[in-house]
Ligand binder design. Structure first.
Ligand code: SF4
Length: 366
């Protein structure tokens, strides 16, 4: 401490003192409204929009915020039996996608990928088998929004036959209707990942209603829904974060969570910058609380230790294409492998679910 003080000028020293004094004062008690909200979740009730907004307004570096994050962590560990999951996502193809979601590396207007490219069925099968052997609890196949649905189901069936019968497969694809949902089920999928994303219809060319319709079609075909409040940037209001949190809850998903927007170089979103991992971890905590006491599963992306101590017990390993990366194969860029994700959970004192996903199971929901 002595050395630190010597390196500070007078104004910095005064600021440090005021932070410490304020902190000591704040530590005397947690705001009663915050503790009432946490008690409400612990007692099995769902938070209202106003309560979610109240949590989102808390000073992020206050004892109240720390209490929110620790409480979300405790509730998450209790619901999951202190078990975490890693799901492996395989990006099947690259394409300049005409849906033009502003935050996405595949958006044609962002001009990151100018030509189409895709993995062979053999390559997809190989990485899926490797992820399965490494202990991934579910295998996701992801495509761009303009990928042929028929081709996707054909590839999926081939991969399905190579995996163990109880390995959980999840589709992360563009929007679809009832018939396609049935085809996904027949191809061996347990569920889908889908979200009404931040700025949907404003920062994307997709009507939010189209996203709702896809979720409804998936449900009708017996597919389980995983969702997330994403991709969050500093440009988004807390009102929209609360709105998207509640939309996710209304989907009756098997998990939600929070993911930040990663800046794509040259994109129109780049000027906004990105939220910090700390802010993302706080949002993970608020979403976890908003989903109620019993849900087994809350994600954050990209994987980070802070998120796993603030209410997240689901990470994704990634290989192939990635909408947040400018590398053709994200395993050489931003994507982590299954073992690295597991290592992070180990560092946060989580055990790992062995075998098929518990999160993507019939009885799991808010
Ligand atoms: S997020 Fe999906 S639909 Fe939007 S541009 Fe990217 S690949 Fe296309």
């Amino acid at each position: 401490m002595e050395i630190l003080y010597k390196s500070l000028d007078n104004s910095q020293e005064m600021l440090l003192h005021s932070i410490i004094i304020q902190g000591e004062m704040d530590m005397m008690k947690i705001d009663s409204q915050v503790s009432d909200i946490i008690s409400k979740v612990s007692d099995g009730y769902f938070l209202t929009r106003d309560e979610i907004l109240f949590l989102l307004k808390i000073n992020p570096h206050s004892p109240d915020a720390g209490f929110v994050m620790a409480s979300a962590d405790a509730i998450n560990r209790a619901a999951s039996g202190n078990k975490a999951e890693v799901h492996a996502q395989i990006g099947v193809n690259l394409s300049p996608c005409p849906k033009n979601c502003s935050f996405c590396a595949f958006a044609a207007k962002n001009q990151i990928f100018k030509e189409k490219n895709e993995l062979s069925v053999e390559d997809i099968t190989e990485v899926a088998l490797r992820a399965e052997a490494d202990g991934a609890n579910a295998i996701f196949l992801m495509t761009t929004g303009d990928y042929s649905f028929d081709q996707f189901t054909e590839i999926s069936k081939e991969v399905r036959t190579e995996l163990k019968p109880d390995t959980v497969m999840i589709a992360n694809v563009g929007d679809f209707a009832n018939e396609e949902a049935k085809q996904l089920r027949k191809a061996g999928y347990t569920g889908i990942y889908h979200a009404v994303r931040m700025g949907e219809g404003r920062e994307t060319n997709i009507d939010p209603q189209t996203r709702f319709n896809t979720v409804r079609a998936a449900r009708g075909a017996g597919l389980l829904i995983g969702t997330c409040v994403e991709p969050i940037g500093p440009e988004h209001s807390i009102e929209e974060i609360a709105e998207k949190t509640l939309i996710g809850r209304e989907m009756r998903p098997c998990y939600s969570g929070a993911m930040r927007r990663i800046s794509i170089p040259g994109s129109e979103m780049e000027k906004h910058g990105m939220i910090s991992e700390y802010r993302m971890a706080y949002l993970v905590a608020v979403v976890r609380l908003a989903m109620g006491r019993n849900l087994v599963g809350n994600c954050t992306h990209e994987p980070n230790v802070l998120g796993a101590t603030s209410g997240a017990n689901l990470f994704w390993a990634e290989v192939g294409s990635n909408p947040r990366d400018t590398e053709v194969d994200t395993s050489k860029g931003r994507g982590l492998d299954v073992r690295s994700c597991m290592e992070m959970f180990k560092e946060t004192d989580f055990g790992m679910v062995q075998g098929p996903s518990v999160i993507y199971s019939e009885n799991n929901g808010p």
